[in-house]
Design a protein around this ligand. Structure first.
Ligand code: FPP
Length: 251
């Protein structure tokens, strides 16, 4: 599916939502106010992505490293997540959004785990878009868990070591069944992946904006998608225009 506004859109868009703390600090507010405003940006982004026909939207909502933040900030983030799930269920049902989650979900507070499971179950047959939340997520840990699962199958005689290839590894990651992200957006100007989708991002286009996450909106999303539209993805091959020039010279 493609949007009339864009000639091509990513099937899978992943976002590193960064800058909530700085947004709040610049206004002399507590960090939690930045996270609250960040939830508004989440709502706008989810709506815009569904309207544009994006198939999968993955949001890096809480990393494994985020557990090291002050306890009150962690609690506030978990409360915001719970409230978001509770408030958005009807909207997800109305708009055909299926909720999924990746990461160490069993590390989340019991109440959040239960809410997450309930929303995932209620939205499981929705077909318009997958909203995939990365929670207590770390890319290296995800790969290590996949290796463990594969090793257990080897020990049990279900697979032979020589059968292990990239596809087999991918099928044991939390994202099994989802396409790799075509585009990763990071807000707040930091130029790194911060342990996000390390295996899956091998050929993802990266778009970094200095805009802080709470200020991210449909207009900012369109800027990123316009830039993606202009990029030529080569997956290690030579460029199309270069290949055409070579063919012209050879003929
Ligand atoms: C990074 O900003 C953001 C986070 C660690 C949390 C992101 C969470 C939300 C946007 C709200 C909850 C999410 C959902 C899906 C309801 P930062 O605090 O690291 O910002 P800083 O680098 O400026 O300090």
């Amino acid at each position: 599916m493609s949007s009339p506004e864009l000639a091509k859109i990513p099937r899978h868009l992943a976002v590193i939502m960064d800058g909530n703390g700085r947004w709040a600090r610049r206004r002399g507010m507590p960090r939690i106010m930045g996270h609250r405003q960040g939830v508004k940006a989440v709502r706008q982004t989810v709506t815009a992505c569904r309207e544009l026909g994006i198939e999968v939207l993955t949001l890096y909502a809480f990393s494994k490293e985020n557990w090291n933040r002050p306890k009150d900030e962690v609690t506030a983030l978990m409360d915001l997540l719970y409230e978001y799930l509770e408030r958005e269920l009807n909207e997800m049902l109305k708009n055909g959004i299926r909720l999924e989650a990746i990461g160490e979900i069993d590390q989340l507070p019991q109440k959040v785990q239960e809410k997450l499971a309930a929303v995932m179950e209620s939205t499981s047959s929705n077909k318009e878009m997958i909203l995939n939340l990365a929670l207590s997520y770390g890319g290296r840990a995800e790969i290590a868990r996949a290796v463990q699962k594969i090793a257990q199958k080897c020990v049990a005689g279900e697979i032979r070591p020589e059968e292990i290839d990239e596809n087999l590894v991918a099928s044991h990651l939390d994202t099994a069944g989802l396409p790799d992200p075509d585009l990763i957006i990071r807000t707040s100007g930091e130029m790194r992946l911060s342990n996000f989708l390390l295996f899956q991002s091998a050929y993802s286009e990266l778009y970094i904006t200095s805009t802080l996450w709470p200020d991210f909106d449909r207009q900012e999303l369109m800027k990123a998608l316009k830039e993606f539209e202009r990029r030529e993805r080569r997956f290690g091959r030579i460029g199309r225009s270069f290949a055409q020039a070579c063919t012209a010279i050879a003929s």
